[in-house]
Write a protein that binds this ligand. Sequence first.
Ligand SMILES: *[C@@H]1O[C@H](CO)[C@@H](O)[C@H](O)[C@H]1NC(C)=O
Ligand SMILES: *[C@@H]1O[C@H](CO)[C@@H](O)[C@H](O)[C@H]1NC(C)=O
Ligand SMILES: *[C@@H]1O[C@H](CO)[C@@H](O)[C@H](O)[C@H]1NC(C)=O
Ligand SMILES: *[C@@H]1O[C@H](CO)[C@@H](O)[C@H](O)[C@H]1NC(C)=O
Length: 666
Amino acid sequence: MEIGRSFRLLISYVVYLGGHSHGSQATLEDYKRVTDSHHEFLGSFLGSKEKAREEMFYSYTKHINGFAATLEEEEAKQISKHPEVISVFENTAKKLHTTRSWDLVAMERDGRVPPQSIWAQAKFGKDAIIANFDSGVWPESESFNDKGLGPVPSRWKGFCQNNTKEGVPCNRKLIGARYFFKGYESATGDKVVNGSARDTEGHGSHTLSTAAGRFVPGASIFGHANGTAKGGSPDARVAAYKVCWGGCYDADIISAFDAAIYDGVDVISLSLGGYPMLYLEDAVAIGSLHAVANGITVVCSAGNNGPYPASVTNVAPWIVTVGASTIDRDFLAFLTLGDKKQIKGESLASEVLPANKFYPLVSGADAKKANASASDASPVAYISAPETQLGVKPAPMMASFSSQGPNFVSPQILKPDITAPGVSILAAFTGATSATGLTLDNRYVPFNLMSGTSMSCPHVSGVAGLLKTLHPDWSPAAIRSAIMTTARSRDNTGSPMKAFDGLSKATPFDYGSGHIRPNRAMDPGLVFDLTLTDYLNFLCAIGYNSTDLAKFKKGYQCPTTPLKLEDLNYPSIAAPNVTRTLTVTRTMKNVGSLGTYKVRVEPPYGFTITVKPEILKFDKVGEEKVFEVTIKSQERSIGVGYLFGRLIWSDGNHYVRIPIVANAFA
Ligand SMILES: *[C@@H]1O[C@H](CO)[C@@H](O)[C@H](O)[C@H]1NC(C)=O
Ligand SMILES: *[C@@H]1O[C@H](CO)[C@@H](O)[C@H](O)[C@H]1NC(C)=O
Ligand SMILES: *[C@@H]1O[C@H](CO)[C@@H](O)[C@H](O)[C@H]1NC(C)=O
Ligand SMILES: *[C@@H]1O[C@H](CO)[C@@H](O)[C@H](O)[C@H]1NC(C)=O
C-alpha cells in the first residue's frame, strides 16, 4: 500500500518566530526572501521546499515573523522544539462577542456637542485611522459617508481589495477594506467564493460604526431609539479587516495584524476572543504585542461569559480590555393580563396591536406549531406599544453577560480594564440580512440594536482615536492610563455602580477602573506609562527566556532580577497573594500642568495601606516620580477572598484613581 499525502492526518497550525530584523524600509524583495526562508525552514521538516509550499498558506513577512501551515501533529511537535521557534499552536476559531451612549458619558447633551466636549477638542478624531477586525463592513451605510472629509492621509499604505460595487467600494471615510480567509479555509475545509470584506452578518458594520461612524440624523430601529447615530471618532478614517467567517481563525487574525501595522493604523478594535490562554500561543496577544510595539493602541472586548469569576479574556497587559454595562435607556412595554395584572418588559415591536383589546394566550411550546390556536376558554392578555424611556436610573450598571476578573492567566494584572456601554446599542447594520438574522423575517434595517462586550469595545476604540488626535505623542499605555484613571465607579444616582442584578455593588473585577469618562481622559494630569521593554520584562517574569524574546526585539536580555509581576507599571494594582505584607512600586509621568499631588487611600476592608511618599511635586511636564504602596493584611482580611479599595492622587484639579484588589493568605 502506498502511503500517500491523503493518508497524512493534517491539522492547521500557526508557527510563531518573533519579529523581523528588516525595518519599515523593507522592499518587496525582502518580503520574498522572508517567504523563501519560511519555505526553506518548513521544507527541512517536510522533506522538500515543494512540500512546504504546498502546506503553507500564510507567510507573515512584514512585522510579525511566522507562518501558518497544515501539518501532522508529530511535525508540529518537532518544529516547536527548533531553537528559532517561539511557539506552535493550532489555528482555532475565536468568536465574535455578540447613540444615546455618548450622552451618558457627557460628550453630548440632548444631541448637542458642548465646546468643552472631547469631540470638539479632538476635532472629532479627524487625524486618526481606526481599524476593525470583524465580519467586514457594509460600505453603503450612511455611517461611512465621506461628505466634507479631506484627502486620505498620505501616510496611509492600506488599500481596498475588490474596490468594486459588488465588493467594497471605498471612499475618503472608508479607506481600507481587506479580507483574510485562508485560516478559515484551512481549518474548516470550506471555500470562500467571491470573497470580499463585505459584511453579510451585521456585526462588523455595527462595531466599526460605533468606533467611528459619521453623524447620521434620523437613525432608529422601527422608530425606537430614534436620534442621530454616531461613533466615538466620527471624523476618523476607518479600515475594515474581515477575519470572521462565522468563526475568526488565528492564522487570519495574525495576517490582519501584520497588514494593519504595515498599513499605518492608529487603533485596532477587536470585538472577538477565545478562552484565556498563554500569551505567546494566542493570536490576539501576539498580534497586539507587535501592534503596541509600533505605537498602535489595541482595544478588545472582555468576553460575554459572565456573570462568572475568572471568565475575562483578552487579558494581555498590552491590551485595553473592555467590559460592558447598561445605558440609561429602556424600551418599556407592559403585558396586561385578563385580571388587569401588569408585567413590565421590553419590546422593539415594529407593529402594535390595536389598543386595549385582549387576545388569547398560547403557550410558547404550542406557538411553534404552524397550526397553533388557542380556545376562548384560555387566558387573555394585551401588550402595550413600546416606549423609549430615557434617563433610566440606576445607570450604568453591569451587564450580566460581561466577563469578569480575576485574570486567569496573570492574576497580578487586573482585568477588565474599563467598562463602556454595551447593552441595546444602536449602530449601522448590513443590508445582506434581516433585522433578526432569521430567514422568516423580511425587515431589512440600516441600523440595529445589539448587545455585548462587542459593542462596548468600539466605544473605547473611538475614544482612543480622539485621544490619539489630541495627543499624537502618547504611547498606547498612556492612552489606556488616561482612560482608566479618569473613569467613574458611581452611577447616575451617585451610588457605587451596581452589579448585573441591580442590587449588589459591582467591583473592579466587573468594571476594572470604572465607566469611561472621555472628557476627563483628555487631561488626566498623570499617566502610568509602559514601553515594549517593560512588556518583555513581564514576559521574562512569567517564564519566557532571553533567547525567545530576542527574536522579538534584537539584543533584548531578560533583567538579572526578574520583574515582580505586581510591579508592572499598570494603572491598577492587583495583589492575588498577600502573605502579611506586599510592597508594589509605580511610576507616574506628568502630562498636564505642574503641581503637587497628594494621595488619599481607601484601603480594602481589613487591610492597611501606606503610600510613600504621600506628596509628589512635579516641576516639569514629562517628569516621572516613583511611589511605593505597602499592603498589609490583618487577621480579618485573611482567607475571605478578594477585597477592594483604591488610591487617589490629586492636585485639586486632576484626580488619578487607581483601583486595588487584594487577597490575603495566612
Ligand atoms: C475579489 O477579488 C478576488 C481576487 O481577484 C476574486 O477571486 C473574488 O471573486 C472577488 N470578489 C468579488 C466579490 O468580486
Ligand atoms: C462569483 O462572481 C461571478 C462574477 O461576478 C459570478 O458569475 C458567479 O456566479 C459568482 N459565484 C458565486 C458562487 O456567487
Ligand atoms: C423621536 O420620536 C419621537 C416620537 O415620534 C419624537 O417625539 C421625537 O422628537 C423624536 N426624536 C428625535 C431626536 O427625532
Ligand atoms: C398540528 O400540526 C401537527 C404537526 O405539524 C399535528 O401533529 C397536529 O395533529 C396538528 N393539530 C391540529 C389540531 O391540526
